[in-house]
Ligand binder design. Structure first.
Ligand code: GUN
Length: 282
C-alpha cells in the first residue's frame, strides 16, 4: 500500500509552528507584516489572495491589502512597491501574478527589494539558490522538500526526475533537490524517451501542467511520486498531472490532489514571511 502524503496535515503542522514563532516575535515587539498586492480582479487570483490573507490571520502575521484596479499604470504599481520597500514596518511584499497585459512582470518582480521578496521570484533570490547562498526560495518547491522531509523520505543519493522547467516550480525544484544531494534530471516537452527517463526516478516530481498525464507506465515500482499539477477535469473534479488511480498501486508514496502539494505553498509563504525578519536584521 502506498503511503499517501498528507499535505493538509503537514501544512497545518508548519503553520502551528509558525504561530508560536509569531507569538514570540510579538513579545519582542515585532509584528511580522506581509503586503499583498493584487491588480485587477481575476477570480482565481482573488481566491489565492484570500487564502493567503486567511493563512496570515491564522499564523498571526499582519497582512496589508492593496487591491488596485485593472487599469493601474505600471508606474503607479512600481511606486507602490518602492514605497513598501522603504517601510520599516513591512517585512514581505507579494504581487499576485498574473498581472494585466500592460504591466511588465519581470520589471515588477525586479523592483521588489530582495530582502522582502517572500515569493522568491527576484533574480537575486533565484541566483542565491543556485549558488547555495541565503535567500528566499520559491514557495511550492520549498513545500515539496518539506513534504519529503516530514514524511521521512530520504533524498540524499536518490535519482530524482523533475518533469517541467518553469521558473516558479521546475527549475528551483531541481536546484533544491540538488542542494539535498539528489542526482537530478529535468525533463521537458522536448525530452526524448520520456518514459525511459521517468522510470529511473526514485523520486518523481511532476509539474508539467497536463491533467492525469503520468500513468503507471511512467513510474518505477516503489518510487515516490509528487504531483504539483492542479486541474479540473471534465466532471469538474480536481485532479493533478498524475493519474492517481493508475499509479497508486505501484509506488511507495504519493501526494493526492487536492490535499498534497497545494496547501504547502501557502504554508511556505508564511515561513518566508517569518524568515524575512531574520534576513532583514542581518
Ligand atoms: N500566481 C500563481 N501562483 C503564484 C505565487 O506563488 N505567487 C504569486 N505572487 N503569484 C502567483
Amino acid at each position: 500500500m502506498a503511503q499517501i502524503i498528507d499535505g493538509k496535515a503537514i501544512s497545518l503542522e508548519i503553520k502551528e509552528e509558525l504561530k508560536e514563532k509569531a507569538e514570540a516575535y510579538k513579545k519582542e515587539g515585532i509584528e511580522v507584516t506581509l503586503a499583498v498586492i493584487q491588480v485587477g480582479n481575476d477570480p482565481a487570483s482573488t481566491v489565492y489572495v484570500g487564502n493567503k490573507k486567511k493563512a496570515c490571520e491564522f499564523v498571526g502575521i499582519r497582512s496589508l491589502s492593496y487591491e488596485l484596479p485593472e487599469e493601474t499604470t505600471q508606474e503607479a504599481l512600481l511606486d507602490t512597491i518602492k514605497e513598501l520597500n522603504e517601510r520599516k514596518d513591512v517585512n514581505g511584499i507579494l504581487v499576485q501574478l498574473p498581472l494585466p497585459k500592460h504591466i511588465n512582470e519581470d520589471l515588477v518582480i525586479k523592483t521588489i527589494a530582495p530582502e522582502k521578496d517572500v515569493d522568491g521570484f527576484h533574480p537575486q533570490s533565484v541566483g542565491a539558490l543556485s549558488i547555495g547562498q541565503k535567500g528566499f526560495v520559491s514557495c511550492t518547491p520549498a513545500g515539496v522538500i518539506q513534504l519529503l522531509k516530514r514524511s521521512n523520505i530520504e533524498i540524499e543519493g536518490k535519482e530524482c526526475v523533475v518533469l517541467g522547467r518553469s521558473n516558479i516550480v521546475g527549475k528551483p525544484m531541481a536546484m533544491l533537490m540538488l542542494r539535498e544531494n539528489a542526482t537530478v534530471t529535468i525533463c521537458h516537452s522536448k525530452t526524448k524517451n520520456l518514459q525511459e527517463v521517468t522510470r529511473r526516478a526514485d523520486i518523481l516530481i511532476v509539474a508539467l501542467g497536463k491533467p492525469r498525464f503520468i500513468t503507471s507506465d511512467y513510474v518505477k515500482e516503489g518510487a515516490v511520486v509528487i504531483d504539483v499539477g492542479i486541474h479540473r477535469d471534465e466532471n469538474n473534479k480536481l485532479c493533478g498531472d498524475v493519474d492517481f488511480d493508475s499509479v497508486e498501486g505501484k509506488v511507495s508514496a504519493i501526494t493526492p490532489v487536492p490535499g498534497g502539494v497545494g496547501p504547502m505553498t501557502i504554508a511556505m509563504l508564511m515561513n518566508n514571511c517569518m524568515e524575512s525578519v531574520t534576513i532583514q536584521n542581518q
